[in-house]
Design a protein around this ligand. Structure first.
Ligand code: NAI
Ligand code: MG
Length: 496
């Protein structure tokens, strides 16, 4: 099979790389295997890409190691920053193409995909700005010694990303790793390999030396497992399911104790108090769950509404959700496209059926939308109790539950009642309520009077079983650097 193909989307026609990107070249996998990627809108294959196995991971890691010890170590921080900035410019130049690839391969609305690409470019530029600002400390230990710290890169980083925000996760991972002077082997999700490969082409154009960024397509249990247990990878960063997160931590423990950061699932509460601005709260509750078809780790999937406005709120929410336009991701007015795959579609429908059987009421939705593509109607469950599976487990689809609460204490109690702790939100006009509740929620991100608004400038990550470490902001750099203390003797030895 060839190493590239022409793809025509309803928005753009472009040349799609298909190979593994290793050492700045697109190559075939060592076994010559390929796999199909599916268009979730019509359930038909788009194209096939070359597949990486354990041996290809070895080859990519060797390239990354050689670059880390060699050419890349000679590149100044200023130059690293310049390359990241150039890459951001190239993302912007090709934003229509990158957005169209996302709409095609993932099924997300083109209008939303454009925001992903803009955010990806901004994230790369932000970390380009950090590259020459990573500094240590000088420490006054005693008059005979000069002590200082260096924040050194960790080395070769393995990065495993999911399919819900393919190009954005690519940028979140590569930005801080490269800014800090590491090299990278990144594995895209098997459902959405195309945008990461297109971006690999831009890596070369931006002027990065060979081997600094390697992009491979492949499956979790083969290429992903090879990364997490590799003896020459110094750090692994993962975004995906809590289940796989656990296996990655185990693989790291059993191999070379590589550093691990995990960005996992969530079951985030969106809490609406009696005094909230109801129009705004409705808008954010709708966006909080149905944005990206509910395929967000931080999705506001549990609506907690105070009893004074509960019934009115539910009635208004039903009206609002019914207005969300489902359909072809390339149509200008589409808000919700298909779920990413048959497997995800089936998982979500299973949760919906489970909710029905457990005694919850389907207030809206609850069924497939149309008869082609993995579309699911926006779904709201009422009559939900906290012990139900649909109120405890991550569904990762357009499905939201609503529960009623009496007072602030009960809202906090229900809010914190799952094993997750990724995000939460509070809607109220009372400043003291907002601050007290945000302080009490066990979550890495809390929004007040909004939802899902993430900035590459601020840290993102999980409390509890939602993860380890932080991405974005200056905090992400802590996960891509290791601190060395140097103690320099100024005088003679104090003993002989
Ligand atoms: P997953 O966790 O299996 O896949 C995410 C990434 O991990 C992919 O690149 C995959 O190839 C890789 N992977 C899978 N098994 C691996 C292994 N043994 N070793 C190393 N890498 C491995 O997630 P999946 O099956 O696509 O989705 C299942 C559920 O996970 C979703 O329903 C959702 O609840 C959650 N999820 C959460 C995401 C988040 O943003 N936190 C993103 C994607 C899924
Ligand atoms: Mg696909």
């Amino acid at each position: 099979m060839s190493l590239s193909t022409t793809i025509e989307t309803p928005a753009v026609k472009y040349e799609q790389p298909l190979g593994l990107f290793i050492n700045n070249e697109f190559v075939k996998g060592s076994e010559g295997k390929t796999f199909e990627t599916i268009n979730p809108t019509n359930e038909k294959p788009i194209t096939s890409v070359h597949e990486a196995n354990e041996k290809d991971v070895d080859i990519a890691v060797a390239a990354a190691r050689k670059a880390f010890e060699g050419a890349w170590s000679q590149v100044t921080p200023t130059e690293r920053g310049r390359m990241l900035t150039k890459l951001a410019d190239l993302f912007e130049r090709d934003s229509d193409t990158l957005a169209a690839i996302e709409a095609l391969d993932n099924g997300k609305a083109m209008t939303m995909a454009k925001l992903d690409v803009a955010n990806a470019a901004n994230c790369l530029r932000y970390y380009g700005g950090w590259a020459d600002k990573i500094t240590g400390q000088t420490i006054d230990t005693n008059p005979e010694t000069l002590a200082y710290t260096r924040h050194e890169p960790i080395g070769v980083c393995g990065q495993i990303i999911p399919w819900n925000f393919p190009i954005l996760m690519w940028a979140w991972k590569i930005g801080p790793a490269i800014a800090a002077g590491n090299t990278v082997v990144i594995k895209t999700a098997e459902q959405t390999p195309l945008s990461g490969l297109y971006a690999a082409k831009l890596i070369k154009e931006a002027g990065f030396p060979a081997g600094v960024v390697n992009v491979i397509s492949g499956f979790g249990r083969v290429a992903g497992a090879a990364i997490s247990s590799h003896m020459d990878i110094d750090k692994v960063a993962f975004t995906g399911s809590t289940l796989v997160g656990r296996t990655i931590l185990q693989a790291a423990a059993k191999s070379n104790l590589k550093k691990v950061t995990l960005e996992l699932g969530g079951k985030s509460p969106n809490i609406i108090f009696n005094d909230a601005d109801i129009d705004n709260a409705i808008a954010w509750a709708n966006f909080g769950i149905f944005f990206n078809h509910g395929q967000c780790c931080c999705a506001g999937s549990r609506l907690l509404v105070q009893e004074g406005i509960h019934d009115k709120f539910v009635a208004r929410f039903k009206e609002r959700a019914a207005q969300n336009k489902l359909g072809n991701p390339f149509a200008a007015d589409t808000f919700q496209g298909p779920q990413v795959s048959q497997l995800q579609f089936d998982r979500i429908m299973e949760y919906i059926n489970h909710g029905k059987k457990a005694g919850a009421t389907v207030a809206i939705g609850g069924e497939r939308h149309g008869n082609e593509g993995y579309f699911i109607q926006p779904t709201l469950f009422t009559d939900v109790t906290g012990d139900m599976k649909i109120a405890q487990e991550e569904i990762f689809g357009p499905v939201i539950t609503v529960q009623k609460f009496k007072d602030e204490a009960e809202a906090i109690k229900i809010g914190n009642s799952t094993s997750y702790g990724l995000a939460a939100a509070v809607h109220t006009k009372d400043l003291n309520t907002a601050i007290r509740v945000s302080n009490a929620l066990k979550a890495g991100t809390v929004w007040v009077n909004q939802y899902n608004m993430i900035s590459y400038q601020a840290p993102f990550g999980g409390f509890k079983e939602s993860g380890i470490g932080r991405e974005l902001g200056s905090y992400a750099l802590e996960n891509y650097t290791q601190v060395k203390a140097v103690h320099y003797r100024l005088g003679d030895a104090p003993f002989s």
